[in-house]
Design a protein around this ligand. Structure first.
Ligand SMILES: [Zn+2]
Length: 308
């Protein structure tokens, strides 16, 4: 009964998000490039991309298996094009942090598939939840699919410091991800035994960060055991919590998928200094049907099994 009520609530909330399809005179949410052009489009995006430097090696030493955004996006677009994902029939949905650095990857995928539906919030958690996901699914073209990309992010500064990154116009090489590091410090206060007892409940003025701090709690020992590598381990721990949440949300909302189901990519977004490509460490790349079942894993096709 409660479940039925929840489904009804999700359906009606999704309807509230509904927008009419674009007309010839309205702004379109798609770039309307024709089938097959996605591969050309991604080539053009990166045709002037900077060549790899020693800094790129620093990033891949910290996170082995991480791909530059150029390699990551090129491979994803090519693999999905072979599965029938075109610019016309694919809705892009992301769950990435609020930080403007998290937009870099999103902006590049927008150039291929059009504007994204935003499911994410602080630390990249899918705070839009079941209702947001239901609304997103309702916006997938009738004969199409959605591509979901989610992950926490982490900065790697030019000197190799993990958890910090250079930003344009700011002299201070500052924390990245700030939300994740604040949650890590909160957790450290608990595991070290020095945290103050508080009777404060979660506040609406900062409820996303309150949730991040709850979601990191199971990883206290893991992060303490990481010692000096705590900042390296932090996004990986957050990813595990986020992956569980996203899997639940996808399963609950899969009934709304259209003809071709969804592709779900999860991983760690790695931000670098302004003059260098960002990186992405892919940890999941699944095709999911409208019953919420994983029907194929494509992770190997963009990692060790990739062929030009
Ligand atoms: Zn962040």
């Amino acid at each position: 009964m409660l479940r039925n009520a929840t489904v009804l609530l999700i359906a009606s909330s999704a309807a509230a998000f509904q927008i009419s399809r674009p007309t010839a005179f309205s702004r379109t949410t798609s770039l309307n490039i024709s089938e097959g052009d996605v591969v050309e489009k991604v080539k053009n995006i990166y045709k002037d991309a900077p060549a790899p430097t020693d800094y790129d090696k620093v990033v891949t030493d910290v996170y082995p298996g991480a791909l530059s955004n150029k390699d990551f996006q090129t491979r994803v677009v090519n693999v999905l094009a072979a599965k029938g994902f075109t610019a016309d029939n694919t809705l892009l949905a992301t769950s990435l942090c609020c930080d403007e650095l998290a937009r870099r990857l999103e902006d590049d995928f927008n150039k291929v598939y059009g504007n994204n539906f935003n499911l994410g919030g602080l630390s990249g958690f899918p705070f839009a939840g079941n209702t947001g996901f239901g609304a997103m699914a309702a916006h997938i073209p009738d004969d199409g699919s959605c591509l979901i990309i989610h992950g926490p992010h982490v900065g790697v500064a030019k000197d190799g410091t993990v958890g910090k990154v250079e930003r344009v116009g700011i002299a201070l090489v500052d924390n990245c991800c700030g939300s994740a590091i604040a949650a890590s410090n909160y957790l450290k206060g608990i595991t070290d035994g020095g945290a103050m007892i508080t009777t404060a409940l979660q506040e609406f003025t900062d409820f996303q960060q309150g949730a991040v701090q709850e979601l990191i709690l199971p990883h206290g020992k893991r992060l303490a055991d990481a010692g000096e590598d705590r900042m390296r381990e932090l996004p990986l721990a957050l990813y595990d919590s986020q992956d569980l949440l996203m899997q639940d949300i996808v399963k609950a909302g899969a009934g709304g998928f259209k003809k071709n189901g969804a592709a779900v990519i999860g991983g760690i977004q790695i931000n670098t200094a302004p003059d260098t490509l960002d990186y992405f460490l892919p940890l999941r790349f699944d095709l999911v049907n409208s019953k919420g079942q994983i029907i194929d894993s494509l992770l190997n096709e963009i990692t060790s099994g990739w062929k030009e």
